[in-house]
Design a protein around this ligand. Structure first.
Ligand code: PGA
Length: 272
């Protein structure tokens, strides 16, 4: 895992939007895996600016969102479908037929889940998957105990996630309004992406960031499965990185990367 520590959430979002922009520039018909939550909001805002100010073209981009609440229609103001429309899709020139958000109102969610898997595969697979992380270590809605080889399916939310999301989406004390079930890409679905970008900001994410980056791979912290993927970039702000034991090393690695390899080799050769 590449661990990048930046000063604050603003720098994190700028860097993340830059990585997504570069992916679209390199491969205009790329497939993006997208996430909801408060963490990627500012990243989407910057992507909208890349579109309106610099002409970043989304017309050939295909998107697959990670998850959706089961039981909410796409038009519901708390649905992740609405979140994505409001934050990104309504403001860029993405082709609506290329946009995929799991259906919260499917009559047969398991059949829908297997269709979703097939659609991802038929698209050629996800080039870049954006992720946040839940306080319980979930990626998508893969709550503790989710199989690390899970695919898209129905998942019961934990009480912690319901409380976290009540605060963010429904308002403090409105836990009873938060759906108990979700439909989510599985851990293995996420690990199939070519490249993964996980963002985390704020001191409340520090303990779980230490666990998933430096702790053992375990289904009790599903983000820890990212340790098995060869191309993961984690961007953390200082607060979220504050409990990492090897913080100094990650920063040092980034410092070393500033020197181009040929220059580094020349310097070593001269010193020998
Ligand atoms: P957050 O949620 O970005 O709102 O913190 C992240 C998540 O639950 O995956």
């Amino acid at each position: 895992m590449e661990i990048i520590i930046v000063a604050d959430a603003q720098q994190m979002s700028e860097m993340a939007a830059g990585i997504i922009r570069d992916q679209i520039l390199v491969k205009p018909d790329c497939v993006l895996g997208l996430a909801t939550g408060s963490t990627p909001e500012a990243t989407y805002k910057r992507l909208v600016r890349h579109h309106t100010e610099d002409g970043l073209d989304f017309s050939q981009v295909t998107t697959f969102n990670l998850d959706e609440y089961l039981g909410l229609p796409p038009t519901h103001e708390q649905s992740y479908h609405t979140f994505m429309q409001d934050r990104l899709f309504n403001h860029v020139n993405v082709d609506p037929t290329r946009v995929h958000v799991p259906k919260g109102m499917s009559a047969d969610p398991e059949a829908f889940a297997s269709w979703y898997e097939d659609e991802i595969e038929a698209s050629g697979g996800i080039d870049l998957q954006l992720l946040g992380i839940g306080g319980d270590g979930h990626i998508g809605f893969n709550e503790p105990g989710s199989s690390l080889s899970s695919r898209t399916r129905v998942k019961t939310l934990t009480k912690q996630t319901i409380e976290d999301n009540a605060r963010l989406f429904f308002g403090e004390g409105q836990e009873h309004l938060v759906p108990r079930f979700s439909i989510t890409m599985g851990v293995a679905t996420i690990l199939d992406a070519q490249r993964i970008l996980l963002l985390a900001a704020g001191a409340q994410k520090a303990p779980i960031c230490q666990k998933f980056i430096e702790g053992p791979v375990t289904s009790m912290v599903t983000a820890s499965a990212l340790q098995l993927h060869p191309a993961v970039t984690v961007i953390l702000d200082e607060a979220a990185a504050s409990k990492l034991e090897h913080r100094g090393y990650y920063k040092w690695v980034q410092e070393q990367k500033k020197e181009e390899y040929p220059a580094a080799l020349r310097r070593i050769a001269q010193a020998l």
